[in-house]
Design a protein around this ligand. Structure first.
Ligand SMILES: Cc1cc2nc3c(=O)[nH]c(=O)nc-3n(C[C@H](O)[C@H](O)[C@H](O)COP(=O)(O)OP(=O)(O)OC[C@H]3O[C@@H](n4cnc5c(N)ncnc54)[C@H](O)[C@@H]3O)c2cc1C
Ligand code: HEM
Length: 397
């Protein structure tokens, strides 16, 4: 193959209409080419994605209406997904379920098979335009085949899915816990299926076409009700609108459950569960699932952290669960000195490894990306093997 820089037209011709997923002929070689070119263009990724959407919407103005008014968050999400995909190209066991999930989830945006080729052409055009000399014929071909595989995997998974693309949900209870946090109970009919620990995406009437993830705090209930703990961050986003303006009677749309946090881990070992802020939600759901199914672990200890004592909104619930179940202990952790004695003081990451290494336990971690990085890092440094540490690989938001 020539190493000359190639024009868009050479590349775009290689993004075909979707069919059945066919792995690129030389997965490892493509992975190498795609990865090294992606690393080289990483400093300009913002520009690539801005150009990508500009090209896409100029070619197909009607597609603009599928997206929310502000594209900032969408650009970040696409960047993170590309990053994840590029990193996983030679790990099909990770890549294929990830893309399949993304494809199934795209049904709620009304995305059809025929949208994929134009999306791919726009993406390759933007990559070509911003990559400079890195964009050789070899690199272009590798990207074209990779995109084809991504699109086909997503589209095939969407076609094969038989569950609804989304569910209508009505808020039946909205309780403001403090200025920034609300407990919300939503009912969908029929019930939205999920496993304890999974999350769902939500579109509210306050911010049409803007979807955000929230995590049920209980195992699924027969009456179709889902409880969520929502913390408002920033201004003008979905979370602030839910906390401040949400009320009983509001109608939401909810997407299919996502997420790969294990809801049952080896029954032979004890379990340490570490939840920061609203990251406690999947832990509550998993514990509730174990309690109701009568499948407790050998012992579970929950480290639940927040900045302040007042921020531990789920503590009462966790403590009641602990009173009912001898196998469960709860350790609150706060950063600011609390008005009561008892909680550990410090960052979650340092607190959990302060007295123990947990070498005999499985550990489940849930929280913000920063909290995850710090906590997983501290556990690894303390000597816990990576295979004992469980977290959702895609919680970054
Ligand atoms: C898998 C998963 C599960 C989640 N579960 C929950 C949950 O159960 N409860 C819950 O409340 N949230 C949860 N979130 C976060 C939620 O999806 C939204 O990201 C959050 O509500 C912010 O959305 P927004 O539209 O209000 O803010 P945006 O408009 O997206 O952001 C507004 C501003 O706030 C900043 N910001 C965004 N997120 C945070 C943050 N976490 N901390 C500080 N600043 C931030 C942004 O950088 C921006 O400046 C989860 C996220 C993921 C990925
Ligand atoms: C390989 C191809 C694609 C990839 C990797 C991709 C990736 C993504 C990602 C990561 C998100 C954010 C999802 C979330 O966080 O909830 C998203 C949302 C979205 N995608 Fe795609 N997508 C692809 C194809 C398409 C196509 C063909 C369309 C058709 C128009 C499309 C339309 C949308 C829309 C409308 C959203 C919602 C935007 C938002 O909520 O801000 N995508 N996509």
């Amino acid at each position: 193959m020539s190493a000359e820089r190639v024009a868009f037209s050479d590349v775009a011709a290689q993004v075909p209409v979707t069919g059945s997923p066919v792995p690129p002929p030389d997965l490892n070689r493509n992975a190498e080419l795609v990865r090294s070119s992606f690393v080289a263009m990483a400093p300009r990724l913002d520009k690539v994605l801005a150009r990508f959407y500009a090209v896409l919407f100029s070619w197909s103005p009607q597609l603009r209406e599928y997206f929310p008014i502000s594209m900032e968050s969408q650009r970040d999400r696409l960047a993170r997904v590309l990053n994840h995909v590029v990193g996983a190209l030679d790990r099909p066991d990770d890549l294929v379920p990830f893309l399949a999930q993304l494809g199934r989830d795209h049904r709620k945006f009304s995305v059809l098979d025929e949208h994929y080729p134009i999306f791919g052409k726009a993406l390759l055009t933007a990559l070509a335009a911003e990559s400079g000399d890195v964009w050789t014929m070899e690199v272009a071909t590798a990207w074209a085949q990779t995109y084809q595989f991504m699109a086909e995997t997503m589209a095939a998974a969407a076609r094969a899915e038989t569950t609804p693309a989304c569910w209508a949900g009505e808020i039946i209870e909205h309780q403001r816990l403090d200025r920034d946090v609300a407990a919300v109970r939503v009912r969908t009919d029929p019930p939205l299926p999920y496993r304890p620990g999974q999350y769902v995406s939500v579109e509210t009437p306050h911010r049409p076409r803007v979807w955000r993830y929230y995590t049920p705090t209980t195992a699924p209930r027969a009456d179709g009700t889902i409880e969520l703990l929502v913390k408002a961050v920033g201004y003008g986003g979905v979370s602030r609108a839910i906390v401040s303006s949400g009320r009983a009677g509001d109608t939401w749309r909810l997407g299919p459950a996502l997420g790969r946090l294990p809801d049952q881990i080896s029954p032979d070992r004890g379990l340490v569960m570490i939840g920061g802020g609203t990251g406690i939600a999947p832990i509550q759901a998993i514990l509730h699932g174990m309690e109701t199914a009568g499948t407790p672990p050998r012992g579970a200890i929950v480290y639940y952290g927040a900045r302040s004592w007042e921020g531990l909104h789920a503590l009462d619930n966790l403590r009641s669960m602990s009173y009912r179940n001898r196998w469960l202990d709860v350790v609150p952790v706060v950063q600011e000195p609390p008005p009561v004695s008892g909680p550990e003081i410090g960052q979650l990451a340092e607190t959990v490894v302060r007295h123990r290494t947990w070498a005999d336990r499985d550990v489940l971690v849930s929280g913000s990306p920063a909290m995850l990085r710090a906590t997983v890092g501290a556990l690894l440094t303390a000597g816990l093997p990576l295979e004992r540490i469980h977290y959702d690989p895609f919680v970054d938001d």
